[in-house]
Each structure stands twice: as C-alpha cells, then as structure tokens.
Design a binder for this molecule. Sequence first.
Ligand SMILES: Cc1cc2nc3c(=O)[nH]c(=O)nc-3n(C[C@H](O)[C@H](O)[C@H](O)COP(=O)(O)O)c2cc1C
Length: 220
Amino acid sequence: MDILELIKERKSIRCFKPDIPAREVVLECLEAASWAPNPTSQQPWQFIVLTGDTLKKVCDVIQKNYAAAAAQKAQGETEQPKNDITEILEKRKKDNFAEMISFLQENNADMQAIGEGNFNFHRAPVAVLFGVWPCKDQNYLKSIVAAMQNFMLMATARGMGTCWANAVSICQDAIKKCLNLHGELILVDGVAIGYPVADEPVNKIPRHRLAVEEVTIWHN
Ligand SMILES: Cc1cc2nc3c(=O)[nH]c(=O)nc-3n(C[C@H](O)[C@H](O)[C@H](O)COP(=O)(O)O)c2cc1C
C-alpha cells in the first residue's frame, strides 16, 4: 500500500473486538516504534504493554484518579492569552466537536460508553504505555511521539486499530505507583490497540484535514 494511503487509513478506533492481538504482532508494532528518529540514537523509551487483569487494574486507577489529577494539572497551567490564532483553533475544535456529536447522535451511538472510553482505553484488549526517561532538553519527549506514530501506522498495516489515550499522562503518578514503575519515568501517553468493530458509528466519525496549502508557508 502507498504510504500516504496507509497514513490516511489510520484513524482513531474507539470500539474494539475482544480478540487479543498476538504478542508477535504487538512486538512488530513496537519494533516499528523503535525505528523512530531519536536523539543521538539513545532510544530513551520504555514501552509497557498491558493486557488482562493488569490492564483492568490500570483502568480502575485512571477512573479513580482522573478528576483530581486533571484538576491539579489545570491549577499548574497558566491561562493562554487569547489572540487571533487561539480563536481560530477554538473554532476548529468547536466545529469538529459539534459534527462528531451530531453524527454519533444521529447514529444512536452509546454516548456514555464513548465518554467512559477515555478512562478505559475504549475497552481495547491491549494498551501500550509510552514512557521516556527524563532529559535536559525536550528531545527525548519529541522522539517518543514519533515512536507512537510509527506504532499506530504499523498497527494499521496489520489490520488493527489504535486510539491515543491522554488520561495516561494525566494519571501517571498513580499508574506508576500501581505498576511499580521507576519514579523518574515520564509516561507521555498510552495507545489502545486491538481489532476494530468496523461498523460501529464511533469508528466511522467523519474526519477532515485542512488543505495543506492553508497551513503551509512557502519561502523560496
Ligand atoms: C495528544 C493527543 C491526545 C489524544 N487523546 C485522546 C483521548 O484521550 N481519547 C480519545 O478518544 N482520543 C484522543 N486523541 C485522538 C484524537 O481525538 C484524534 O486523533 C483526532 O480527533 C483526529 O482523528 P483521527 O485520529 O481519526 O485522525 C488524542 C490525540 C492526540 C494527538
């Protein structure tokens, strides 16, 4: 398959079959992740694969801790000053959200289950946490995001679906405690992975991107 076709085929999957992907296939996706560019080839990542009871335990931890952890994070953040750009971005978010909600409602989707999905990896049979060791600059963090994209593209190529899970970074202190992970490890985020239920409306949310010319400045 052409690489651009594969990139466009990857989409966020939020309803999974219960079938557990084979360990070899998950490892293949992680191998793709490990071939991401990274600072001076230090490969500063730690991948943590969760299935079965451990995955359930981590979902419980997220459910119990999310509200307090999110409130604490919000407290530490400085308010972004409003300008033309923030207004444009806010409008895009609002429009996307409105389209998504009306699509899901028209198709009788289970809105409660979809909302809860943010705290339980959308009930995927496997979740991967992407950890990175701390560093002086931001380069380690940048490389793990490249690794996550490689992982998701490889999963798509193998017929699986993925969804980014932001609750992992928010609840990372509690998750690290639960899994007895090194205190210094930064959990950048998680990715749910499994086989998609193709016909489920939540997996067919309309997707758009701006024309690339709109977000490109070309200097000759
Ligand atoms: C940093 C980041 C955090 C995200 N967190 C979540 C999340 O917590 N739950 C979720 O369902 N999707 C999450 N997503 C997926 C986005 O909602 C999704 O990528 C976006 O709507 C575009 O849709 P697409 O992935 O199908 O192209 C996240 C994506 C990114 C890049």
